[in-house]
Ligand binder design. Structure first.
Ligand code: KIV
Ligand code: ZN
Length: 524
């Protein structure tokens, strides 16, 4: 049956709506928060990518969240703009206000439906939850004809109760029904069963869009999403690079390319401009400070790299031997091959600017160019990522303004811990003494005394590289400055020295990050 949707009109039965929640669920990943300008830039990029629905935030969560949803609703044209709301009146009014300026808008309201969540999280009886479903959707419909209702922890909900909730939401006027696998517990068979059940047994289910929202706790988010679509879901909720709560959400780039690459088993259509995938992925990585891992499907730097001779030979003869999609179809460009030993300094400078580097300064540029020439003499093909690695390393070395020299500590149960630290800063030795609540705190205070900065310590963790009391300690430090995050690592047989090294490593990275330009030039 063709669905007539308030914002999309008549939808072909195989058309899949791509609902991007990078700026809401994605932003809930630890350390991934973005400021308003960053969200706005990301929203523009997502609109160019062709997402159908853009979940811009959770307006009741904070003034900042409200403002960014409102700004996105004012500025972004193309996708339907939505804001998340729990079932309470205040949430829904706030979401309605935030999305008001949007050309096309949706309210997305949710409540938990599993026995576990109702009992322990909501402390509500099932009948009260059912009433909240009806009331929240009815209220939301006063502000827009496009209302999505989600059953939080839907995949672990009793099927009979889930059917009753879905029916209530449809009766109250919901136009999209989303069944999330909130905790990433489902396997593809579960998703197929849930969507089949709703489609076949809930009155009115054929008049709304069914939606899937899968988390990746078992690494099954994309597989579960595709199983849900095969069973009738026609909206996919996903995020760029798969970011999101805990292990993340289904990765937009992976579901979009699975559908494009396998029309034989996934004969669906979507509006993603796949050539813009890499650029969007890099934009997000630059804004958040978190790169994707090299082997990440579609957007990792190894996704189209062929290491073994046999594979390289095959690809040179016919790329289809080892490539199931073309690199260009997701935004990798052939031009990434053009730099070579004959390229001059001006071309190198242009390339750096296209890769997102601003003014490196003459010294760093000259050193990087010299290293590039060395590399080009040894390596037939110099890829963009070779250049990125080389320049990052060069900039990092050039900007290792802070070096660890020595640390002495006095600690124990009787005295307040004291650290005496020597650092080399910009080539000169400096010393400082500081106290703290513990030896690590005293050491970090000494670093802050020697190199004052505004960055906040967001995470500190200690692990052992090997077993035994003589093992090396491995410390990680995460710093945040103006919404940008950096992680530093340090290892030493002395845990506190490892902690100091990790902090200094993060600080040096932060200084490098400051000189990297805005990502407008990051077209792949
Ligand atoms: O994972 C989840 O259940 C959610 C809902 C709020 C849609 O993110
Ligand atoms: Zn979620």
């Amino acid at each position: 049956m063709t669905i007539n949707h308030p914002n999309f009109g008549a939808l072909d039965e195989n058309r899949v709506i791509i609902f991007d929640t990078t700026l809401r669920d994605g932003e809930q990943s630890p350390g991934f928060s973005m400021n308003i300008d960053e969200k706005l830039r990301m929203a523009e990029t997502l609109a160019e990518l062709g997402v159908d629905v853009l979940e811009a935030g959770f307006p009741i969560a904070s003034v900042g969240d409200f403002d960014s949803v409102h700004r996105i609703a004012e500025a972004i044209r193309g996708p339907v703009i939505t804001g998340l709301a729990r079932s309470g009146r205040e949430d829904i009014l706030r979401a309605a206000e935030a999305i008001k300026p949007a050309e096309r808008r949706r309210i997305h309201t949710f409540i938990s439906t599993s026995a576990l969540h109702m009992k322990y999280k909501l402390r509500m009886e099932p009948e009260a939850v059912l009433a909240a479903v009806t009331n929240s959707v009815t209220l939301a419909r006063n502000f827009t004809d496009d209302v999505e209702w989600s059953a939080e922890d839907g995949s672990r909900t009793d099927p009979e109760f889930l059917r009753r909730c879905v029916e209530a939401a449809i009766k109250a006027g919901a136009t999209t029904i989303n069944i999330p696998d909130t905790v990433g517990y489902a396997v593809p068979e579960d998703m197929a069963r849930i969507f089949d059940d709703i489609r076949n047994n809930v009155p009115g289910a054929d008049s709304v869009i069914l939606s899937t929202h899968c988390h990746n706790d078992l690494g099954l988010a994309v597989a579960n999403t595709l199983a849900a679509v095969a069973a009738g879901a026609r909206q996919i909720e996903c995020t760029i690079n798969g970011i999101g709560e805990r292990a993340g959400n289904a990765a937009l780039e992976e579901v979009a390319m699975a559908i494009r690459t396998r029309p034989d088993i996934a004969p669906y259509t979507h509006n993603i401009v796949t050539q813009k995938i890499l650029r969007t992925s890099r934009m997000l990585a630059t804004i958040t400070g978190f790169d994707v891992q090299p082997n990440k499907a579609i957007v990792g730097r190894n996704a189209f790299a062929h290491e073994s001779g046999i594979h390289q030979d095959g690809v040179l003869k016919n790329a289809a031997t080892y490539e199931i999609m073309t690199p260009e179809s997701v935004g990798w460009q052939k031009t990434s091959l053009v730099m070579g030993k004959h390229s001059g300094r001006a071309a190198f400078r242009d390339k750096l600017s296209a890769l997102g580097y601003g003014d490196l300064g003459d010294n760093a540029l000259n050193d990087a160019f010299r290293r590039f020439k060395d590399l080009a003499d040894r390596k037939k093909i110099v890829y963009d990522d070779d250049i990125v690695a080389l320049v990052d390393d060069e900039v990092m070395r050039d900007h290792q303004r802070i070096k660890f020299i020595d640390l002495e500590l006095w600690a124990g149960s009787k005295h307040k811990p004291r650290a005496l630290l020597d650092l080399e800063i910009d080539g000169e030795k400096h010393s400082a003494e500081a106290h703290g609540d513990g030896p690590v705190d005293a050491t970090f205070n000494a670093i802050r005394t020697l190199f004052p900065h505004e960055a906040e310590l967001r995470l500190f963790s200690v692990g052992a590289v090997t077993e035994g009391t003589d093992a090396q300690a491995k410390c990680s430090v995460r710093l945040e400055e103006s919404g940008k995050l950096v992680d530093g690592q340090g290892a030493d047989t002395d845990t506190i020295v490892a902690a100091a090294r990790a902090y200094i490593h993060a600080l040096n990275k932060l200084l490098v990050k400051r000189i990297r330009t805005e990502p407008a030039a990051l077209s792949a």
